[in-house]
Every structure is written in C-alpha cells, then in structure tokens.
Design a protein around this ligand. Structure first.
Ligand code: SF4
Length: 221
C-alpha cells in the first residue's frame, strides 16, 4: 500500500491528476453539447471548423479529433442535417470537398461554449501567477505532443508564423504578434487562435528556442 513516504513517481501522480481534470472536462463537454442538442464529437467538429474559412477535409477532421474517418463522417452527416456544416469544393481541387461551418453552426457552438463548467470554476481557484504558470506548462506539453506527431499542429502562438517571442524589452508584454502588429504578454499566449497560420518546421523550432530562451532569462531575473 502506498504511503506518503513511499509515493509513486511524480510523473505518475501528475498523470493521475491530469486524468481527474480530463474527467471533469469530459463532463463539461457533455453538458455543453447536450445544451445545444449535440454530442461532444459533433460539438468538437464545430470547434475545429470555427474560424477556418476554407474548412477541413473529413480526414483532417478525424485526425484533429483523434477519431476514425467513419466516425467523423457519421457526425458530419448529422451536423449537415441540422444545417450546422456544409460541404464545398476544396480550394484548388474541385474533385475534393471540404467541410465548413455555417452561420447556424457557429451560433450553436458559441451558445454551447458560453456555459460555465466545473473546470472553469476550478481554474479560478488558482491565482493569476499560478494560471500563467499552468498556461506555460500546458503549452510546453501540447507543443511536445504535436511535434512528436501524437496530435495535429494546434492553432497556438508557439507554432504560428506571426509569433515573435521576447522581442520587446517590456516584461509585461514581451511578445509580438505580426498578424495584428502588436505586443502582448505571457498570459495572452493563445492555444486556440483563429488567425493562426502554421509556421514551417525550421521556423517553428527556431521560434520555440527563442521562447524557451526568453523564459529562462525571465525566471533568472
Ligand atoms: S495570429 Fe494568433 S496564434 Fe498567431 S501569433 Fe498572433 S495571436 Fe498568436
């Protein structure tokens, strides 16, 4: 039997903690989806399509959600029947189709997402500094998984061609977003940004090195 003096390794306990939070997030997902008459996979498809003007192929949606293509197809068909998504010819290849969100789908998604969940309330238990530290830790973990090919490239600053980390001397707003040509702070780093454009691999690696280097300097001061 485990005792406080013979604890399991820290990484095990962190994984256990993340699993508990994942459980609460899944309950929140079910609640939000049910409120708008969908299931979590259907709502996740709307989320993946939101802000993507050219839509995504069925294959990309399946990869994004980590589900099989037949499962993604079933959910897309259900969303199409509700008028929440539509298919259109892919840009540059009229034989291929992409799936796009409709205005009705966007409104439904936003209505579902506006509902506060248990995870939202738990995040507010943390101080501002703790929230910022957690955001950086999550970005590091997500970035590692996406570069390892476990999950697709996420629409976050760390992989964006417009992101220039730690280029400003102002510690409160050290980063630059070239899309809006403005500086921003650590706590404004995005994990899901509709203006995101994926940077090429070499540039992503250089940006990440600069980000890590800036973080080390920040913590040393
Ligand atoms: S466009 Fe979005 S993801 Fe890209 S740097 Fe600006 S805020 Fe970050």
């Amino acid at each position: 039997m485990e005792t406080p003096t013979v604890a399991t390794p820290l990484d095990n306990r962190l994984r256990e903690g993340l699993a508990r939070i994942g459980m609460a997030l899944r309950i929140d997902d079910w609640t939000r989806a049910r409120n708008i008459g969908l299931n979590p996979t259907q709502k996740a498809i709307l989320e993946a399509l939101e802000g993507r003007e050219n839509g995504l192929s069925v294959k990309e949606i399946a990869f994004d959600l980590g589900v099989s293509q037949p499962s993604a197809t079933d959910s897309i068909t259900a969303l199409e029947r509700k008028g929440y998504v539509m298919k259109q010819p892919a840009p540059g290849d009229r034989r291929a189709v992409t799936v796009c969100i409709t205005d009705a789908g966007r409104q439904s998604f936003l209505a579902g997402d506006a509902v506060e969940g248990a995870a939202d309330r738990a995040i507010r238990v943390l101080s501002e500094a703790e929230q910022e530290d957690l955001l950086i830790s999550l970005i590091k973990m997500i970035r590692h998984m996406q570069e390892a090919g476990v999950i697709p490239i996420q629409r976050m600053c760390a992989s964006c061609r417009y992101f220039r980390p730690f280029v400003h001397a102002d510690n409160d707003r050290p980063h630059q977003c070239d899309f809006v040509n403005a500086s921003f702070g650590q706590r404004d780093l995005r994990i899901e940004c509709r203006e995101h454009e994926t940077a090429p691999p070499g540039s992503r690696a250089a940006t990440w090195d600069a980000f890590q280097g800036g973080l080390s300097t920040l913590h040393a001061t």
